[in-house]
Design a protein around this ligand. Structure first.
Ligand code: NAD
Length: 354
């Protein structure tokens, strides 16, 4: 969907992409304009972050929420967690003066879904914001802090699988990390500790300095990081960074990172395959954070590290099936996730009964 999305296009997208529910929310008194997208609750209540940012149009905000919610369905299915896919987006600058009022107004709309959507931290929101939201909704996640370590751990396991497919190991491998924030810094640190040579870039110069000082990464230009001649490129900043232009400039043997929806369109996965670039889809590699959040909601973190490490098994299966079927890895992973959801279809949709 684009910013020109008409009602008909929205309804078509809702139907064609099999969404259960889109809630468009407004509270003009506090300046709230938001959306809650519940893609699929077959496997359990939908879980996904509350994103707060200013979009060029509200249609863009709705499109982003829908794309992210759909990816959460697949991520949860492939990670084996009993959760569905959801996301919410508040279309406002996070620095707005009456931020708390806006968050509370959004929380009241979430509450009206009676637990079908469990909110968490996302771009533009913090653990403190989720505490505030948590006072108004039946279930909330992200109360115990930042899941980024587990996200990074799963990404590194997936990088190991990709390197293995290229006949390499982490020790001695050259990896370029775009974005040295919560996840990217952990990824860089784990790889450096395993004797990889790590290159990195971030729009925030302080984060680059920290990564150079603390980890010893090699800083590179923002414009070059995705195009380096390395073993792996690991996008850990925003989504859509691999598009029709940047895909052609990739020189790495593998593409594996944390950034949600890193391909501007799924069809680029076929081009990656044609060019022989090993690609582990983001919704496979970055599921560690979801596993951590789900453990938090269940209040049982037993075996969490092992379940995050098992992301490697899923990544390997995706690569193997891709090779066997001659199909790109995104199509393969979507098929695998779809099979899991379909096998449980009788439970759909999830309604809170307590
Ligand atoms: N935090 C998690 O547990 C988690 C889980 C799953 C997916 N993700 C995804 O991983 C990505 C990173 O998440 P995060 O929590 O580390 O976010 P973050 O905001 O902490 O870090 C992102 C970093 O990228 C930098 N950045 C932004 N645009 C850039 C650009 N064009 N070039 C280089 N650097 C740029 C920012 O300055 C920041 O340092 C996001 O796409 C997020 O959706 C995160």
């Amino acid at each position: 969907m684009t910013s020109q999305t008409s009602t008909t296009e929205l309804l078509t997208a809702l139907h064609d992409r099999d969404f259960e529910q889109i809630v468009l929310c407004r509270d003009p008194e506090v300046g709230l304009e938001s959306v809650i997208a519940v893609h699929d609750t077959t496997l359990g209540p939908s879980l996904g972050g509350v994103r707060m940012r200013s979009y060029a149009s509200h249609a863009d905000a709705v499109a982003d929420a829908m794309n992210l919610a759909q990816a959460m369905t697949y991520k949860a299915a492939l990670a084996g967690v009993p959760l569905g896919g959801g996301k919410s987006v508040i279309n406002i600058d996070p620095r707005v003066a009456n931020r708390d009022e806006v968050l509370i107004a959004h929380a009241k709309y979430i509450a009206s879904l009676n637990g079908r959507y469990i909110p968490g931290v996302d771009m533009g929101t913090s653990v403190r914001d989720l505490e505030l939201i948590g006072r108004h909704v039946p279930v909330v996640s992200s109360q115990r802090g930042d899941p980024s370590y587990f996200t990074a751990r799963g990404v590194v396991r997936s990088i190991e699988v990709a390197l293995d497919a290229c006949g390499r190991t982490v020790a001695g491998a050259r990896v370029a990390v775009q974005g040295l924030g919560n996840v990217g810094l952990h990824v860089a640190r784990m790889l450096a500790r395993a004797d990889a040579q790590v290159f990195g870039a971030d729009i925030d110069a302080d984060r680059v300095h920290r990564a150079v000082d603390e980890i010893g990464i090699i800083a590179v230009d923002l414009a070059d990081v995705l195009q380096l001649d390395v073993d792996v490129v690991a996008p850990c900043a925003g989504g859509g960074v691999i598009d029709e232009k940047t895909v052609g400039a990739l020189r790495a043997a593998a593409l594996v990172g944390a950034a949600n929806n890193m391909l501007s369109t799924n069809s680029l996965a076929a081009e990656l395959r044609t060019r022989g670039i090993v690609h582990i889809p983001d919704f496979v590699a970055n599921a560690g954070g979801l596993l951590a959040v789900e453990a938090e909601v269940r209040d049982d973190e037993t075996g969490l590290t092992e379940r995050v490490d098992a992301i490697a098994d899923t990544a390997r299966e995706v690569l193997n099936r891709s090779t066997a079927a001659g199909t790109d890895t995104v199509s393969v992973a979507l098929t695998m996730a779809g099979e899991i959801v379909e096998a449980n279809r009788k439970h759909r949709p999830y309604f809170r009964t307590e």
